[in-house]
Design a protein around this ligand. Structure first.
Ligand code: SF4
Length: 393
């Protein structure tokens, strides 16, 4: 059977964070009912299409049988305890949930309590990804989060009490007003809570966000480049020292707790995305649903799920993406897998670039694989640029 993942997007949030450009919306809770109905229909339509094509993606009961499921957003846990069973009803209707070894849900600490977490765990969700960003109340306020540091710590403890043994927290650095001590305290708090996985991202100014506007008005004060670099150096040295293996540029995990779902994106595994703004990567096509909830629902209700090919993936694009994504991970590019997928040796295409990058200390090479050195992880874009192919190749 084909290996693939399923992503389900819940686009509702209580409040829009100041840095966020994800397809998520505050104040649209009244649409939750019809949205779940659309999700159910979308899954039904896609399932039927894949069945008609004879794709090897079904379990013995005729349901989709992915290796991993990821429920993200938005804030899936903005759904009330009474609405969450509807999500699981539609999942169980179309998906062989038990076949999936990893089922993750994203949660905002301001939208969970013990009861909700027990419910989620009882549904078979075995991984919780908590968007914490910082345990410092000043930082949290400055970026528009709805929860306090204390609430975030309580959410981790409540999740553990509810039975979650695989918890990830998202943290951020380079935030307005953040200094080294605040960052250190946040990272150390996460470790002291016993989480198994930490994703940590530098703040990016994305177009259309509150921070983007403030920046243009000259009203956003961010840590200096030197301080931000010091933060990066601290994180990338400290977490591995404490046993959290850096298995991807921004992701650290105790051994065995890497996100299988996210790894599959980086390892060129196909996925189906359901919900507004969701992407799918299937065959040699990429699909994208409209990020506007109303448009997405209208299209699904008209029976047009998975109809918008965003991009036909050419061999050139496939090779480039295969390399960029694999290089993000500690495992890097497998020379053997590259040859199996593309029918040629990676050195045939990139021999000169590989030699240059190895010389600069950005790339490490052995007989089996090519991967970023610690320096290469820091300056990844320089490396990725070298893996762009000329049109004729
Ligand atoms: S909770 Fe997450 S998805 Fe929602 S606005 Fe904040 S960062 Fe964006």
């Amino acid at each position: 059977m084909k290996d693939f993942g399923i992503y389900i997007h819940i686009p509702f949030c209580r409040q829009k964070c100041f840095y966020c450009d994800f397809p998520s919306f505050a104040g649209k809770e009244r649409m939750i009912g019809p949205y779940l109905e659309a999700l159910e229909q979308e899954m039904g339509q896609v399932r039927q299409r894949l069945w008609d094509r004879g794709e090897a993606v079904f379990g013995s009961d005729g349901k989709l049988a992915p290796g991993t499921i990821y429920i993200g957003g938005g804030t899936p846990t903005v759904l009330e305890t009474v609405a969450l069973p509807d999500v699981f009803y539609l999942l169980q209707k179309h998906i062989d949930v038990e076949h999936a070894g990893e089922i993750t849900i994203e949660a905002n600490p301001g939208t969970v309590d013990g009861e909700k977490l027990r419910l989620l765990h009882g549904f078979g969700i075995n991984r919780l990804s908590l968007g914490v960003q910082s345990f410092d109340d000043g930082c949290l306020k400055a970026i528009g989060r709805i929860h306090s540091g204390q609430e975030a710590a309580e959410a981790v403890a409540e999740a553990q009490d509810a039975g979650f043994a695989n918890i990830s927290v998202d943290l951020m650095y380079g935030l307005p007003g953040q200094d080294m001590n605040m960052l250190r305290e946040s990272v150390e708090t996460a470790l002291s809570l016993g989480v198994q996985h930490i994703s940590i991202y530098g703040l990016q100014l994305e177009e259309g966000t509150v921070f983007d506007k403030l920046h243009q008005q000259g009203k956003l004060v961010l840590p200096s480049d030197e301080l931000t670099e010091e933060m990066y150096d601290y994180i990338t040295a400290f977490l591995p020292e404490r046993g959290y293996y850096r298995y991807e540029i921004s992701n650290f995990a105790l051994p065995g707790y890497e996100s299988r779902h996210n790894l599959s994106y980086w390892q060129d595994v196909p996925y189906l995305g359901f919900g507004s703004g969701a992407h799918s990567y299937w065959g040699d096509c990429r699909y994208q649903n409209s990020a506007r909830i109303e448009v997405y629902m209208e299209e699904v209700f008209q029976g047009r799920a998975m109809c918008h090919v965003e991009e036909k993936v050419t061999e050139k694009a496939h090779i480039e993406e295969f390399c960029f994504l694999a290089l993000r991970t500690a495992a890097g590019i497998s020379v053997r897998r590259f040859a199996a997928v593309f029918g040629r040796d990676v050195h045939e295409l990139y021999g000169e670039q590989i030699r240059r990058l190895v010389e600069k200390g950005l790339l490490l090479e052995d007989r089996e694989r090519l991967c970023l050195s610690p320096l290469g992880m820091k300056y990844g874009n320089q490396v990725f640029g070298e893996f762009l192919l000329e049109d004729e190749k």
